[in-house]
Design a protein around this ligand. Structure first.
Ligand code: ADP
Length: 318
């Protein structure tokens, strides 16, 4: 009997549970034994591996976070530590592993794959920073959370004729800021892809003020700049009273939206199909309406062009 395992790793993302559920249920459907690895690569090395049944994944499709837990575990970069993980899996007779996480998680999966465990990567991160898929599991939920926050901030900004600077997550990827900025009707979006030109930003916001706009929203990807400093500069230069809001970790939690649940379910099922054919070392992605898979190595080096076409939209709608 084939034995496979599933785990979540790196930053948690809404929809990871839906993917875990799909892996477990489709593995059982094919007659496999399926195991859950708790707390990412750390738990794998420590042997936190348990057999899962259908019932173990009931009522989780609608829950945020990850019921398997997650961890950051830099020790996994050492080959001797990864060898312990390989031995743990072999002791259970597990030959295939589905890992759900971001690019760090993919790197771990690629190394494990080279050491003889057939690994399949599913993109689980709110940042949408995995180029081998149009969307990552969790992105659409986090996007809705950010848009809800912008809508609320707009109510106050409009009432008080203010500018609101909103910092959102994304690490090195501006998709969350870009999509939220468009959906929230923001005046200006600053992302790693656009870069930050302070004078251009100030001029654009002052133009809004001069056109008698009562409020302005600026959306910024984290790590680009100090939002408090930018707010001070905007206030001095444009005449808008300005406030900065860092949304922080509220963006990571929450019940997954339907899109994330459906995509995660399809990806989980696809992963099991690949393992059934004894295929490993692949990263699953969504391309348009289709599920596709790439060599994990290739997935880690691909460049994204999905959102580039959307940047023009922002300027044209101001
Ligand atoms: P994410 O998967 O969300 O990008 P991290 O970058 O923290 O999150 O990666 C998750 C975990 O993957 C790390 O804590 C580490 O255990 C493992 N990992 C990251 N990079 C590597 C690597 N180069 N080789 C092996 N394991 C890695």
């Amino acid at each position: 009997m084939k034995k496979i395992a599933v785990m979540t790793s790196g930053g948690d993302a809404p929809g990871m549970n839906a993917a875990v559920r799909a892996v477990v249920r489709s593995a059982l459907h094919h007659g496999f034994e399926v195991y859950g690895v708790y707390y990412g690569y750390k738990g794998l090395v420590e042997g936190k591996i348990e057999k899962l049944s259908r019932g173990d994944v009931s009522r989780i499709i609608n829950r945020g976070g990850t019921v398997l837990g997650s961890a950051r575990y830099p020790e996994f970069l050492k080959e001797e530590v990864r060898q312990i993980a390989v031995d743990r899996l072999k002791a259970f007779g597990i030959t295939g592993l589905v890992v759900i996480g971001g690019d760090g998680t993919y790197r771990g999966a690629q190394s494990l794959n080279e050491m003889g465990i057939k690994c399949i990567g599913l993109p689980g991160t709110i940042d949408n920073d995995i180029s081998s898929t149009d969307y990552t599991i969790g992105f659409h939920t986090a996007l809705q959370t950010v848009v809800d926050a912008i809508d609320r901030l707009r109510d106050t900004s409009m009432s008080h004729q203010r500018c609101s600077v909103v910092e959102v997550m994304g690490r090195n990827c501006g998709d969350l800021a870009l999509y939220a900025g468009i959906a929230g009707g923001s005046e200006f979006i600053i992302t790693p892809e656009t870069g930050f030109d302070k004078q251009l930003t100030l001029d654009a916001i002052r133009d809004s003020h001069l056109r008698n706009k009562r409020h302005a929203i600026v959306v910024v990807t984290e790590h680009m700049l100090d939002v408090d400093e930018l707010s001070k500069d905007i206030e001095e230069f444009t005449g808008y009273e300005t406030r900065a809001t860092v949304l922080g970790h509220i963006q990571r939690g929450g019940d997954p939206v339907a899109f994330d649940r459906v995509m995660a379910t399809e990806m989980g099922e696809y992963a099991v199909e690949l393992l059934k054919k004894d295929i490993g070392g692949r990263a699953i992605g969504l391309s348009g309406l289709n599920m596709i898979d790439y060599d994990i190595k290739e997935a880690l080096t691909m460049k994204s062009d999905v959102s580039n076409k959307r940047y023009g939209l922002v300027g044209r709608l101001k």
